[in-house]
Design a protein around this ligand. Structure first.
Ligand code: TXA
Ligand code: MG
Length: 333
């Protein structure tokens, strides 16, 4: 079957209430008809995702927003004029018809138009907006290849569309325009600088909030099985020299020898390349049965903000207690 026929088949599955994993420019999504609550419920089951965490609704055209939201503020029009199709999600007051399961009962809905030919063609052929979270089990790294989806959810979805590796590699930037606004809920594939150049100052929500306004903005998220540590120095290398350690480096590191394995995100220090490689690089390290992954911080400019956000959520401190267990003093997780 060629791609067109496969997308046609995938659209048939969506129309009948099935689940299709599909590529976007950011990460792979796990999609269902946004107006079919039973189909959407299956997404939550497959991901083992808590029902309080709402989904992004994907459209193939800005005009498709009419069925989804009450009104579109001028700043939103400006942003989608500039960044759609692309890695920008806007949160707006929702239309009543959107099933509560999609928005977790919130009065708002998150919407984006992805910049990937397969995703756009799938939405158009399905003739409905597609509700889709990232196609990973809840709390784990987002998939940036069809193979990642197959490994983790392969037997549970009705079809996986393979569009190759995702060019952006981190999820969309989420901006809320609800009540007050604009407010950054999640840094992502469009940088804050680019957004502010169009609409001026955007409020930034710190990630340490008690009750996150985007429930998916949980402090610990995107985590691999191997502990990732972001705050470390040369002394820690000595202290833990008996451990099998991996290094997630931004550019070519000075000190290879201490590490069992090294992943370089971008040799030339290009933030876009680093973002595109991030999740796959962490996955490769995670598959090596290491005791520990040390990550190098990247500068928090442009896409660096999204990269650091994901690294912080995936990481833990060298002295934090082992997951699900008691704190053991002086021991490394
Ligand atoms: O790039 C992306 O955005 C990818 C691709 C597949 O489009 N999708 C994605 O979806 O990352 P997910 O479900 O993994 O993350 C969606 C985030 C969650 O943090 C969720 O809490 C937030 O969007 N969200 C969804 N609806 C919301 C709403 N009405 N208000 C606030 N946050 C919302
Ligand atoms: Mg996700």
């Amino acid at each position: 079957m060629n791609d067109n026929e496969t997308i046609h088949q995938a659209a048939g599955i969506i129309r009948k209430g099935g689940i299709v994993a599909f590529p976007t420019e950011t990460v792979y999504g796990l999609g269902a008809d946004a107006f079919n609550p039973l189909a959407v419920a299956r997404i939550f089951e497959i991901k083992r995702r808590p029902y309080f965490n709402p989904l992004i609704v994907h459209v193939a055209n800005p005009a498709d927003m009419k069925k989804l939201v009450r009104e579109i503020p001028p700043n939103v029009k400006k942003l989608i004029g500039r960044f759609w199709p692309g890695p920008l999600t806007v949160v707006l007051l929702k239309e009543e018809e959107i099933p509560d399961i999609v928005t977790a009962g919130l009065p708002t809905v998150a919407i984006r138009m992805p910049n990937h030919p397969m995703a756009l063609s799938l939405i158009k052929k399905s003739k409905c907006p597609i509700a889709a979270p990232s196609a990973n089990p809840f709390g784990y790294l987002s998939p940036t290849t069809a193979e990642h989806v197959r490994e983790q959810l392969g037997d549970q979805v009705d079809l996986i569309l393979d569009g190759g590796p995702c060019p952006v590699g981190v999820e969309s930037t989420i901006i809320s325009f609800f009540k007050v606004g604009p407010r950054l809920l999640r840094p992502g594939g469009v940088s804050l600088e680019e957004i502010e150049s169009i609409i001026g100052k955007v409020e930034v929500t710190p990630i340490e909030e008690d009750r996150p306004s985007a429930p998916g903005m949980l402090p610990r998220h995107y985590a691999p099985r191997t502990p990732i540590v972001l705050h470390w120095d040369e002394n820690d290398l000595d202290l833990h020299k008996n451990k099998n350690m991996g290094l997630l480096a931004f550019q070519e590191p000075k000190n290879h020898v201490r590490f069992y394995s090294v992943e370089v995100l971008s040799k030339k220090g290009d933030m876009r390349e680093a973002a595109a490689n991030l999740f796959a690089a962490i996955r490769r390290l995670d598959a090596m049965n290491l005791d520990l992954i040390l990550a190098e911080p990247v500068p928090e400019i442009g896409l660096g903000r999204a990269i650091m956000d994901r690294l912080r959520r995936a990481s833990q401190s060298l002295t934090s207690p082992p997951r699900g267990g008691e704190k053991r003093e002086g021991e490394l997780l």
